[in-house]
Design a protein around this ligand. Structure first.
Ligand code: ADP
Ligand code: ASP
Ligand code: MG
Length: 431
């Protein structure tokens, strides 16, 4: 069994979807699991719909209509003739969404989010499966919600690997091409859950883990894993072969080309992960496996914007030690804060946060009851793996105010006041 995953960019319109057929046919494999994301930017549009439904109550119908039109246009492009059955399924799914919007009584934003946003993946996988069948590529559609079993932590659900492995093995048997969705699962109440934004890579790894796959390939709009995000940096270098550990570190620090949870399930079963370009499928890309990293001499750069730096100290200048740290962490967890860097001294404790779920203001109110807190919003977190003298020189030339610095043997992290301007990164390697 081999597992292929196609993300939003690779299925953003009908022409891109046609390209998938060639890539799959070129592979010559009679046992394949295909995991697909929502098409193009559908997840963003669905998020926008959820925001209207729960907050502004404006333009819900128009927004839903736009999402529907986007999908029906793709169906029309894919099926010049005999498109009725595909259009019917799209209709059916949008009726389901409509019904949910009308009948839902639940107020929990995260719950509503998962029930609605997941339709992006359902739509794309059904359309693609039907299209494959229409061109003679026989495929079997599998509902990931009956395979991936999670807890009830909506929008960032945790996978129950034991139950999931059993259900996947039950559902996917024998040879053939199976198509399922990334990003989504369900809990024991049978409600849909999602695994966090960009979670489809992780889904591919979960299926691969359960099926003891031979390999996983995630098809991207870049050559492979590079030493910086090519959207912001020019003259990037390809990391041809890296170890699981190195990839885990890069993803953890924020190299968004791979979802950070993807590597662990693969490493456990020693399943190699290829990151390749869907635009140039014959090129080698990046191989991630147990073999030692060959990238020690290539510094990798990761920038995160819009982070929050908190400096927390006791009101009476007493030490910030175990009990207080534990209290701080229980508050961070309560407000779903993602902690991206920690540094402590005797009387202060600093954390860099990603306010992804919007709980910052409530967190600050609660923290301030017990602690003195200083806040820097809109800071950037700049990470360099395998930093060297040259990278330090490059950083200096950015001319940014450094609020906090942390160095380990392999990694340098800097918190820079004010978000770095994107145009300042472009010539970074040429300075
Ligand atoms: P998809 O959702 O289609 O699977 P993503 O958009 O999540 O793909 O990932 C691909 C994108 O990741 C690239 O377009 C690139 O801008 C970005 N990226 C960030 N860091 C890196 C990196 N180190 N190497 C390659 N691409 C990177
Ligand atoms: N469609 C989801 C997202 O855009 C999951 C994914 O693409 O990986 O976040
Ligand atoms: Mg994506």
């Amino acid at each position: 069994m081999i597992v292929y995953k196609f993300g939003g960019a690779s299925i953003k319109d009908y022409k891109s979807i046609k390209r998938l057929v060639k890539i799959i046919r070129n592979n010559n494999c009679d046992q394949m699991m295909l995991i697909v994301s929502a098409m193009g930017k559908t997840t963003n549009s669905m998020e926008d719909l959820v925001a209207s439904y729960t907050k502004s109550y404006k333009n819900i119908k128009a927004k839903l209509e736009l999402i529907k039109r986007f999908h029906t246009d793709i169906v029309k492009g894919l099926f010049p003739k005999n498109r009725l059955s595909a259009l019917k399924v799209v209709d059916l799914l949008f009726n389901e969404i409509d019904k949910f919007l009308k009948l839902n009584k639940e107020n929990d934003y995260n719950f509503i989010y998962d029930q609605l946003v997941s339709y992006g993946e359902i739509l794309s996988s059904i359309i693609i499966s039907k299209y494959f069948n229409s061109v003679g590529l026989k495929s079997k559609w599998v509902d990931a919600r009956s395979c991936i079993i999670t807890d009830e932590y909506y929008r960032d659900a945790n996978v129950d690997f034991e139950k999931t492995s059993k259900s996947i093995k039950r559902k996917i048997k024998g040879k053939g091409l199976f198509i399922s969705q990334g990003f989504i699962g369900s809990n024991k109440k049978s409600f849909t859950t999602t695994l966090g934004r960009e979670g489809s890579d992780y889904s591919a790894a979960i299926f691969a883990h359960a099926l003891n796959a031979e390999l996983v390939t995630i098809w991207k709009d870049v050559r492979g894993v590079l030493n910086a995000d090519p959207r912001y940096f020019n003259k990037t270098k390809l990391l041809k072969k890296i170890s699981y550990e190195e990839a885990i570190e890069l993803a953890f620090y924020g190299a968004s080309v791979i979802h950070p949870k993807t590597l662990q399930p693969l490493k456990k079963k020693n399943i190699p992960l290829y990151v390749k370009s869907f635009l140039r499928p014959s090129r080698e890309g990046t191989l991630i496996s147990k073999h030692d990293s060959t990238v020690r001499n290539i510094p990798s750069h990761i920038v995160k914007w819009n982070r929050v730096l908190l400096k927390i100290s006791s009101k009476d200048f007493s030490f910030i030690v175990e009990k207080k740290i534990s209290l701080i962490f229980s508050m961070l967890s309560k407000y779903k804060m993602k902690v991206e860097l920690i540094q402590n001294s005797a009387i202060s404790f600093s954390v860099v946060l990603n306010n992804k779920y919007g709980g910052l203001d409530k967190l600050l109110d609660e923290l301030k009851e017990t602690f003195k807190v200083s806040v820097d919003k809109e800071v950037s977190l700049f990470t360099i793996r395998h930093f060297n003298r040259i990278s330090l020189k490059h950083i200096k030339k950015l001319n940014q105010n450094i609020l906090l610095e942390q160095r380990t043997y392999k990694t340098l992290q800097l918190v820079l006041s004010k978000n770095i301007k994107q145009e300042n990164l472009f010539g970074f390697f040429e300075r």
